[in-house]
Design a protein around this ligand. Structure first.
Ligand code: ZN
Length: 458
């Protein structure tokens, strides 16, 4: 009798454990199934590393990719070249982290019936991107290596994120055997993953630090006779600028003045403002993590510290991150975290909608207003308003020396100060020479395309 009751108990306990495990699995299945199905490498969804699911459009409904069956890209060659780094290729050489990140929402996985892939329930991902701006940026780069980014600093919508070189996914060149260098770094999304010596666009940050940390800086003047000696080392300027205010020094992009200004700001304050601007931080959104920039003056000599405030020395910035910093200057010290995925829909049903998240720099609005006004003066006095659409564009150019016998990189960064078009931007043309000559006109053309889309015009 005793033995029988013991056996009955063992059977009951084992049955109970099996039931508990089964319930646990079912519960986990309901919660996690979509993740399991859309894991990178899932044969249901992926070719290479890029998901095959859904239709992808730009902000105006222009179709960029139909991945419901095979990957069908745009009919337009320039648009294919301009968007491959965001959509990914067929073989996974170029990753599409954004589409991968939302693959569970794109595939429409149903826990009861499993995957569904019929005509009627195709999901559409509308990116915040402007196809018009993408094509304008790619065309304006004209085969040169570099990147162009534009985003709405109030909402976070990325309208333009072009990287060059690129290639046509429908007519893949023999990249492995190319000896011309034309495809160097072709698989890299330079906007998210590259870092560049900023050159003089960095003087915007040094100016903001000086306005907040050097008492009476606005009343000082700085004298430039073409060069100066800092602690025994020669700092050269691009011209002979004479006596200048802080604003004029920024407009002249005077190295002699900024060598002096950086020393007055000092090592610790420069470090603190690099933190406020987020130069060394990575941005994370939509499955994208940007490259971190660099600013390290811990062992820098006095002349090296001076060069660091001029945007040389070991300074590096990531284009996407620096564009956000431009947004912070435009918008009273805070700017939206960028995003590319705007909305995912199935018919009239919304499956995902982007939310705006603000990033704060700690810069006060009175500072950013002053810096913005100086950057506006730059455009009016140095670059010419004729290069840009008829809105209040504020900007700073850079001609970043990278050494190794190469021509400097042309840099241009800034923003539009207009409630209708709250756009921050950055342009990098590798070995492009002068930023004001090479990169500024590209910014003008791409901003015009963005504004046309925001106006809903044709
Ligand atoms: Zn000068």
């Amino acid at each position: 009798m005793n033995r029988v009751s013991k056996r009955a108990w063992v059977v009951l306990v084992v049955a109970g454990l099996i039931l508990a495990a089964l319930l646990g699995f079912v519960a986990t299945y309901f919660v996690r199934a979509a993740d399991w199905v859309s894991f990178p490498g899932s044969p249901h969804l992926y070719s290479g590393v890029n998901p095959n699911t859904g239709v992808v459009t730009d902000r105006t409904g222009v179709q960029l990719l139909d991945a419901t069956d095979e990957r069908t890209y745009s009919d337009d060659l320039t648009l294919r070249l301009a968007t491959i780094h965001l959509l990914g290729d067929r073989y996974g050489y170029i990753e599409a982290p954004v589409l991968g990140h939302y693959s569970d929402k794109l595939v429409g996985f149903n826990v009861i019936t499993g995957l569904y892939h019929t005509e009627n329930d195709t999901r559409t991902a509308a990116l915040s991107l402007s196809a018009r701006a993408q094509s304008a940026a790619y065309s304006a780069l004209a085969g040169r290596k570099g990147t162009v980014g534009v985003y709405n600093y109030k909402t976070g919508e990325i309208l333009c994120a072009v990287t060059s070189p690129s290639y046509d996914p429908d007519n893949v060149p023999d990249i492995a055997n190319d000896t011309t260098g034309a495809y160097d770094g072709v698989y890299v999304n330079r906007f998210f993953s590259a870092t560049y010596t900023p050159g003089s666009i960095f003087k915007v940050l040094t100016t903001a630090a000086a306005l907040e940390q050097v008492a009476g800086i606005a009343d000082q003047t700085f004298y430039c006779e073409g060069s100066t000696i800092v602690d025994g080392e020669l700092i050269t300027c691009t011209g002979v600028h004479g006596t200048q205010t802080l604003g004029q020094a920024l407009s002249n992009s005077c190295n002699v003045a900024f060598a002096e200004i950086t020393q007055q700001v000092g090592r610790e304050n420069m470090e603190a403002y690099v933190e406020k601007a987020g130069i060394r931080s990575r941005l994370s959104f939509d499955g994208v993590t940007t490259a971190a920039g660099n600013f390290d003056v811990s062992d820098a000599s006095v002349p090296s510290l001076a060069w660091s405030g001029i945007g040389q020395y070991t300074d590096l910035v990531n284009p996407c991150q620096y564009m956000v910093f431009m947004g912070m200057i435009a918008n009273g010290g805070e700017a939206a975290l960028p995003h590319l995925m705007q909305q995912i829909t199935e018919g009239s049903s919304v499956k995902y909608e982007a939310k705006t998240e603000m990033l704060k720099s700690g810069l006060v609005p009175s500072t950013t207003e002053l810096v913005a006004r100086m950057m506006r003066d730059n455009v009016v006095n140095s670059y010419g308003t004729g290069l840009f659409p008829d809105v209040e564009v504020c900007a700073k150019s850079g001609t970043a020396e990278t050494g190794e016998g190469k021509a400097p990189n042309a840099m241009f960064a800034g923003f539009v100060k207009d409630e209708r078009y709250p756009l921050a931007f950055i342009v990098v043309v590798e070995e492009g020479g002068y930023g004001s000559q090479t990169a500024a006109p590209i910014a003008g053309q791409v901003l015009s395309a963005c504004i046309a889309d925001l106006d809903g015009g044709n």
